[in-house]
Design a protein around this ligand. Structure first.
Ligand SMILES: Cc1ncc(COP(=O)(O)O)c(C=O)c1O
Length: 370
């Protein structure tokens, strides 16, 4: 039975399940009466923002009585320079998450179709649903986006396609060759959104240069974020690179001060922190190798990753999740992604990875060192 409030709601939202974030450390410690819990659940960077970024943040705190720069002038100009595009080709968002929603609200008309993969970022279905779009869900093939089937799923009603690359929660990528074929196979009018939150961990000769598609005049948007490589998940700042005419439309409904002052200066400073970015990637890759070795030894099946998290498969994932919590290790159960028998584990610091491995040994009843 619906509540009196539900009867008043915009109908499409009634089917949407609320987003379930990874459990916060404080909540687990409070509920289980434990200390020293670690969180490997939300694909954050385990390393704090570097000193240069913290310094930039401190410098603006005294001016927080003022609204932020609504156009994000300095950050947009710095990003434009970095990517070799005009500043009009950049729009900032309160995390790239806000931009996903802005794109859907700007372009998807009631009854139009949006093609996206599954399992993938759980926000796609809810934003499509919330604007009255039709969800066209294409299941992954062997943990990878199936771009062939996604291209065949495009119909005259298709307005937009979401491509998470690397994909969350599998950590797999689609290659440059696959993406080029996909773009050739679909009509040019279809908007393709490359959601590249984890791009910095994935680089390699096979990874598509999505900005090149934009330069070629393809109808693409590229979404990036400071939440992962730049260690700024708590500040919420991301951006889209797109054709200036597209950006102008997004700006019509973007909230005036959607990215706060602290986020803007921190992101600007983070662009200078190449050492932090390089060290993060190196540490994560090291962590991935350590975790693969441990998983092999413990007989845990995993999907080889190109991101900063690993999808592991186990029959009793729900039990292992609960028992890891009791050991003070928070990972992400995958039931809300439709994967009852999987956990997603974010790669942590060397100490956090060691704690995870120890906890897995205890939970799975195996002894010895890795
Ligand atoms: C594939 C993907 N896209 C987008 C986001 C959103 O990131 P943010 O809003 O922090 O920029 C995430 C976050 O985890 C993600 O996994």
């Amino acid at each position: 039975m619906s509540t009196s409030w539900e009867r008043l709601a915009n109908e499409p939202i009634l089917d949407i399940a609320p987003y379930e974030p990874g459990k916060p450390i404080e909540e687990v410690e409070r509920e289980l009466e434990i200390a020293g819990a670690i969180k490997l659940a939300s694909n954050e960077n385990p390393f704090p923002p570097p000193p240069g970024v913290l310094q930039a943040i401190r410098q603006v705190l005294g001016g927080l009585n003022r609204y932020p720069d609504g156009s994000g002038f300095y950050l947009r100009h710095a990003l434009a320079k970095r990517h070799g595009v005009s500043p009009d080709a950049i729009v900032l968002g309160n995390g790239s998450n806000e931009l996903l929603e802005l794109v859907a609200r700007t372009f998807v008309r009631h009854g139009e179709e949006v093609v996206f993969p599954h399992p993938s970022f759980v926000v796609y279905p809810s934003i499509v649903q919330s604007v009255g779009g039709i969800r066209v869900v294409v299941t992954l093939k062997e943990h990878r986006l199936d771009l062939g089937t996604m291209a065949r799923a495009v119909t005259p009603l298709t307005k937009l396609v979401f491509i998470a690359n690397p994909n969350n929660p599998t950590g797999t990528i689609v290659t440059a060759d696959e993406v080029e074929k996909f773009l050739n196979d679909i009509p040019e009018r279809v908007i393709v959104v490359f959601d590249e939150a984890y791009v910095d961990f994935a680089q390699g000769p096979d990874f598509p240069d999505s900005l090149a598609y934009l330069r070629q005049g393809r109808r693409v948007l590229i979404l990036r974020t400071f939440s992962k490589i730049a260690s700024l998940a708590g500040l919420r700042v991301g951006y889209a690179v797109a054709d200036p005419d597209c950006v102008a439309l997004l700006n019509r409904i973007r909230q005036p001060f959607n990215v706060n002052t602290v986020a803007q200066v921190a992101a600007l400073a983070a662009l200078e922190e190449e050492v932090h970015a390089r060290q993060t990637v190196a540490m994560i890759q090291d962590g991935i190798r350590t975790l693969y070795r441990a998983f092999d030894e413990l007989g845990i099946r995993y999907v080889p990753t190109r991101a900063n998290f690993i999808l592991v498969e186990m029959r009793d994932a729900a039990r292992v999740y609960q028992q890891l919590l009791r050991q003070g290790v928070i990972v992400r159960p995958m039931a809300s992604f439709g994967l009852e028998r999987a956990l997603r584990i974010t790669v942590g610091t060397p100490e956090e990875n060691a704690k995870l491995i120890q906890a897995l040994r205890t939970v799975l009843g195996k002894k010895g060192g890795v």
